[in-house]
Design a binder for this molecule. Structure first.
Ligand code: IMP
Ligand code: MG
Length: 187
């Protein structure tokens, strides 16, 4: 996409360029390849936010991996503290004895991933690790640490490279901060 594309006008700044993302995803693929030598991990992508990161990441991993996806939705903000996550689409494969690597776009409060990790553990996975593109540690509300994280970012609402605001901006090739004129800045 050209730098003067209309979609960029809604950003107040670029936080991570597409080149920086490309380099980080490449390095992460190498690390995962080394860490899972001799294994056949299953990469579980959390739709829809992780889809762009997921597609790029699996092509940087030199292993006979398996793929599967989940769609989850966190309950509204008022009930967030309960940590209940609704499963909209579950996995289609069994996890018994499987090395699972959850691929997520961003760890924010950590509530979604904490819930998912516990749930998948109960299904008999051999191991469960988390790979996230972005990490907002300042927002954490549960004790959860991603095993692999590409970028630590400040507490700002970001879009692009899969992340949305109101289902838009997922197709931006970079990570940007949404302009306050678009995002009311509530929260
Ligand atoms: P949490 O870690 O359970 O709070 O939720 C993480 C989810 O919230 C992510 O998978 C995103 O869908 C969404 N999210 C959190 N922060 C942002 C952001 O800055 N931009 C877009 N989506 C976000
Ligand atoms: Mg998400």
């Amino acid at each position: 996409m050209e730098q003067d594309a209309k979609i960029y006008q809604d950003l107040s700044k670029v936080l991570v360029s597409s080149e920086e993302i490309h380099q980080a995803v490449k390095a992460l693929g190498k690390k995962i390849t080394a860490d899972y030598q001799g294994k056949e991990p299953m990469l579980v992508g959390i739709l829809k936010g992780a889809v762009v990161f997921y597609a790029d990441l699996i092509r940087e991993i030199d292993l006979p991996l398996k793929t599967d996806f989940m769609v989850v939705s966190s309950y509204g903000r008022s009930t967030e503290t309960t940590g209940v996550v609704k499963i909209i689409k579950d996995l289609s494969c069994s996890l018994n004895g499987v090395d699972v690597l959850i691929v997520e776009d961003i760890v924010d409060s950590g509530i979604t991933l904490n819930y998912l990790k516990n749930m998948l553990q109960d299904r008999g996975a051999a191991s469960i690790k988390i790979a996230t593109l972005l990490d907002k540690p300042a927002r954490r509300r549960v004790n959860l640490k991603a095993d692999y994280s590409c970028f630590e970012i400040p507490d700002e609402f970001v879009v692009g490279y899969g992340l949305d605001y109101d289902e838009k901006y997922r197709n931006l090739p970079l990570i940007g901060v949404l302009s306050p004129k678009i995002y009311g800045g509530e929260d």
